[in-house]
Design a protein around this ligand. Sequence first.
Ligand SMILES: NC(=O)c1ccc[n+]([C@@H]2O[C@H](COP(=O)([O-])OP(=O)(O)OC[C@H]3O[C@@H](n4cnc5c(N)ncnc54)[C@H](O)[C@@H]3O)[C@@H](O)[C@H]2O)c1
Length: 269
Amino acid sequence: MVPIPNHNIYEKIGIAGLGAIGSAVARALTSEKGIGNMRLECISDPYAKNHFGVDKVSFEELTERSDLIIECLPAATVPELTKVVFAAGKDILFISAAALLNYPHILKELGVSKSHAYLPSGALCGLDGVLGMKEMGITSSKIASTKPPKGLKGAPYVVQNDLDLDAFTDKTLIFEGNAYDAAKGFPANVNVAASLSLAGIPADKTRVEVWVDPKATGNTHEITVKSDYSTLVSRIENLPDPANPKSSALAAQSIVATLRNMTSKLGIY
Ligand SMILES: NC(=O)c1ccc[n+]([C@@H]2O[C@H](COP(=O)([O-])OP(=O)(O)OC[C@H]3O[C@@H](n4cnc5c(N)ncnc54)[C@H](O)[C@@H]3O)[C@@H](O)[C@H]2O)c1
């Protein structure tokens, strides 16, 4: 029996979007181990086949019944959810970091609402160091993401530039720009660039490179962040989520780890 900590204020958890990531979080919440005293209250996804034994409801009902809403949606549907959540003053955990750059009104509305939001590290690592460095003043911040062709297929930047991803025979740089442009061009592929900018320096100063590598078996993210006192270089190699090649399996587990931190006597950030 997991001891129930008295500081965790979230008991009823609602998940919006039951795809690769939402399902992994639902599995963790409904597993025998569970996550502290949290329980899956309901889910919202009109296309979900597995309900994990709870009600499938609208965003309105999800918000009303949950203490904390976990957002695991396609980026374009996030504003529809935040409108409801912020109006009710409920708290939300985001995984679609790119949506926060692509729809800037979300953070503006969060700022004037009673809601609080959480952004886990997702498929990235090293944000703990970036946060500490931000306190001292970051002088430069860069991320280079490398994915196999199937991890970038359908991205607006790829479509608009008519890139035939399968034609590349070697690792090739296909995009170089700032985090705003990366979020627009790759809203489902480089959430990590948005997370880095939100943790570090503004999106227009966060440099982003996107590489396609036909020989890559997974998604690699390398960040280089500098301040006057520290230089952080961090690299993570993630296998794609079997349920969605654009996602990394680690992203869902970063949500589970964040929820576990909320329910633990010792939270590690
Ligand atoms: N922060 C990170 O590091 C990171 C990493 C990977 C993915 N992501 C992002 O996380 C999000 C979820 O990723 P995923 O791999 O689970 O995607 P997915 O496509 O597997 O799942 C999305 C789910 O949302 C559902 N959905 C679509 N429209 C909906 C609506 N209007 N209402 C309710 N549900 C709806 C779909 O049916 C699907 O089940 C995406 O935005 C993705 O880009 C972030």
